[in-house]
Design a protein around this ligand. Sequence first.
Ligand code: PLP
Length: 572
Amino acid sequence: MDGIQPLKTIDPFAQRIHIAYFSMEIALRPEMHTYSGGLGVLAGDTARSCADLEIPVVFVTLVSRSGYLKQEIDANGRQVDHPDPWEPGGWTEPLGAMITVPIEGREVWVRPWLMPLTCPLGHCIPILLLDTDLEQNSPEDRKITDALYGGDAEYRLKQEIVLGIGGVRLLQALGFSIHTYHMNEGHAALLGLQLLRQRRHHPEDVRPGEPVFDPAQVREMCVFTTHTPVSAASDLFAYDVVEKVLGDYIDIGELKTIGGTEALNMTRLALNLSGYVNGVAERHAETAHRMYPGYQVRAITNGVHVQTWTHRAFARLYQSAFPHWAHEPEVLSLGDQLKDEAVWSAHQEAKRDLLYLVKKVSGVEMNADVPLFGFARRMTGYKRPDLLFTDMERLVAIARKQPFQLVFAGKAHPRDEQGKNLIAELNGYARQLANSIPMVFLPNYDIRMAAVLVAGADVWLNTPLPPMEASGTSGMKAAFNGVLNLSVLDGWWVEACVEGVTGWAIGDDDAFGTGAGHADLLYEKLDQMVLPLYYKDRGRWIWMMKEGISKIGAYFNSQRMMRRYATEAYLR
Ligand SMILES: *Cc1c(COP(=O)(O)O)cnc(C)c1O
């Protein structure tokens, strides 16, 4: 760290920016494979809104050179995993600064790439992507920032050291003086340990040039957003792994008092080191509070970035009716004033784009006049992508009277066998239904495909098992495009659903039920409400589209979300 001069390119940022947002993943653009799903998309939308609103935040993440996962579907309908590499040089510039982090007793070098993210109005915020692929490091250490969510627990912990400890050291080396550190999920919690290590009463732990903080000061500086609705899903490390990888960086006995006695629980660590903690929807904050009694968990409900997720046909419509909609999406509350014909024709344009994609990728020709249901998100057990197929006879009987078509997409984590089996199952249903319900599974879901899907469907389906869906954001993206949500009441939908107005609920609000009756209720709603409305009362359907745009669009956007983070979490 000694003697490193802040670089010309980062200098103006370092002078001005005092808030840092740390995230293991971030979705910035389709060519940058630095994200896996919803968490990364949220981080990306957060960055875009910070740029729009000129909220001075520096973002810190890993470069993830091999990406997350390129998904191929084989002849048996099963997911085949491939690496998904990308070339940082195309989108970012290397910075000359380097720092080290302690890993297994070695000093591992870390260098950042800088991606300046500029919003349409010209304001720019910096994204730093940390990289260990440097000639100073051993071949093994060069791979630490390679595979997002890859490898075993040791590999993951090394990545979290680079992100949390490396990120703090790097910002200091670059000349930033950060007063607020925001941890997006527990992966970033080690940043708090680094701040703690610099505390006042262990001056011998402090390297030259590192500022010192005490525990109360650390909590003052840290904000934690949790996304985990069940403790089993927390990031956990056995203490023998922690001891092996972190060495004498921190006293393990002391770590246990703040990170959990059984195993290092990154959620608990982040909770103990943060003075402001929030969940990502009202329901999720309640669930998180129940999981971790004794901590105050506030709620800042997620939102999505409107310009990123609105189809150009709707963007044109909004631009002419509400010129400031992108900066201040609250004006979409007047969306119920839009003309029916304009809304319907914008939707048909978005639907044609989706039908074109379906044809190109799968060869299946779908029909623009038949309602299309979309379901796309991470493929994993609790999301229940198979719920719709619980009773195949009943499903086919419904479609015989009132035809519909289905588009699915989503990746399963390479080690999620249940998720992979679900994908094979869905592809099996698509074959089985070939003569009754047109259905495709589009491979390799990413943000580019998501934009086409959430705009081009007629209905966006979501069937998670409550309370597992912390928020969910794809349904918000759909609403900006006049797509109606049909969803189990969980996460954001508990707040957004006005039955028969903004969309439909599947079942009652029952956070701790078994979800057992949901398939029946889904069929009922499909057969009695959704399909009849589409076929018999187009005027009422378009009215609902506009209610969704106005009621959901005005609130579930990332401008509103970031104004809340800025005023409540950053300005404390
Ligand atoms: C929005 C988005 C998600 C999140 O979808 P949920 O329904 O909230 O789980 C995941 N992956 C991609 C590529 C997305 O764009």
